[in-house]
Design a protein around this ligand. Structure first.
Ligand code: GLV
Ligand code: MN
Ligand code: MN
Length: 394
């Protein structure tokens, strides 16, 4: 079994890896991601899993055993820009390896088991995170999704067939294994944990308008510089989030025309905000917007804020979480919250009882080339997932 995991892990290691940073660029429907999807189909074929796909590119490899509502597991294969190896693929590889473990244990599940790959979980190409699972659950409509565009103007509707999805029709339960993206498990000395909840979070586009002008001849007091308003806003957002014990990040900025010797005419920046409660998320975003608006009026610039996506709090089914976490060889696994979004959160909110297993991340670093999990912990994760599937599929 360890061999299966390690072989699959080394198959994936070179795909989409940057020679400069060692990080991964696995944006949906680009060459590396297509290669990963082809790899997944091969892995399903090697295990005689029947592959079903939907009109959005989501995939499930079905182990057609038993009857009744299926137990679905899996994750995603796409990455953030220059991301780590584990966020997504660890769940897919562990799911395939868990099927192998169940078979080697001689388990015959009473319900079908599926291994899923959801498309564009990170929203790194079309902007909306968990796009595949949102579409598969009907949380986002095809009419809205088809218009989403990547940075080159290519529409999502141009890269997938589109329509509707019945991929999840038979699913009774979903379990996603994921690398932990914080240090909760390290601090507890636990190799795996179970998710209790996902913080509410959202993405907000801030459009700052100004007046393009000469960087040398324009007196400082005569400028309407949107970069200045943006810079102040980023500093203010950081301070407000820190004071409130919440999270605010400007990680993406587009400057027009982006020339060294010109005051820019426009700056677009994206705020990623995450808070423990929905009301604190609204207050934080309102506070950042108010500060930015005040500053824009002093700078002679304009500001427009657009909420591109807002994801409410997810509380995972506590009975299911307790059932997954209880009665293991070394006691119960810890049940911990996360500030990261996941397909399991979308399925849970859509009424599919869902659970998540986290695998310890020694530094907690994620969405970075430095993201890591130790092999022994990954293997504990595989057996934890196999145990979970065995319990749920009886
Ligand atoms: C997804 O990983 C997110 O939380 O942004
Ligand atoms: Mn991620
Ligand atoms: Mn992920």
């Amino acid at each position: 079994m360890p061999d299966d995991f390690e072989r699959m892990w080394s198959d994936l290691a070179p795909i989409g890896r940057s020679a400069q940073s060692g990080g991964y660029f696995r944006q949906p429907f680009t060459a590396p991601e297509n290669e990963l999807r082809a790899w997944f189909l091969e892995q399903c074929a090697a295990r005689s899993l029947r592959v079903e796909s939907d009109a959005f590119g989501n995939l499930v490899g079905w182990w057609d055993v038993g009857a009744g509502p299926a137990v679905l597991t899996g994750s995603h294969l796409d990455s953030v820009l220059d991301g780590g190896a584990y966020d997504g693929p660890l769940g897919v590889v562990s799911s395939l390896a868990a099927v192998d473990v169940l078979r080697s244990r001689g388990v015959v599940p009473a319900r079908p088991i599926g291994v899923s790959v959801f498309v564009e979980e990170e929203g790194s190409r079309f902007g909306l995170a968990c796009l595949g699972s949102r579409l598969a659950t009907g949380t986002t409509s095809w009419e809205a999704a088809r218009e989403l565009r990547d940075r080159d103007g290519v529409a999502f509707g141009d890269v997938v067939e589109g329509g509707s999805s019945s991929l999840l029709a038979s699913v009774g339960t979903y379990v996603e294994l994921h690398v932990e993206q914080g240090r909760n498990l390290v601090d507890r000395g636990a190799a795996v944990g179970v998710a209790s909840e996902i913080w509410p979070h959202g993405r907000y586009r801030f459009d700052f308008g100004g007046v393009a002008d000469h960087a040398g001849t324009t007196r400082m007091e005569d400028r309407a510089d949107p970069m200045l308003t943006y810079a102040f806003t980023a500093l203010g957002a950081n301070k407000q989030a820190r004071l409130a014990g919440q999270r605010a990040t400007f990680g993406r900025v587009e400057v027009t025309p982006n020339g060294t010797n010109a005051v820019p005419s426009h700056v677009t920046a994206w705020l990623d905000a995450r808070c423990a409660t929905e009301s604190s998320l609204s207050s934080l975003v309102d506070g950042i917007t108010t500060q930015a608006t005040d500053r824009a009026s002093r700078d002679g610039t304009s500001l427009e804020v657009t909420a591109e996506s807002v994801s409410p709090a997810v509380v995972f089914d506590p009975v299911l979480a307790a059932r997954v976490a209880a009665d293991h060889e070394d006691g119960d696994w810890p049940i911990i919250p996360t500030q990261a979004g996941h397909d399991a959160g979308i399925l849970s909110a859509a009424g599919v009882p869902s659970a998540m297993l986290f695998v310890r991340n020694p530094t907690g670093v994620s969405h970075s080339p430095a993201e890591h999990a130790e092999l022994p912990d990954c293997l504990v994760g595989v057996s934890a997932l196999a145990d979970t599937l065995e319990r749920l599929a009886q």
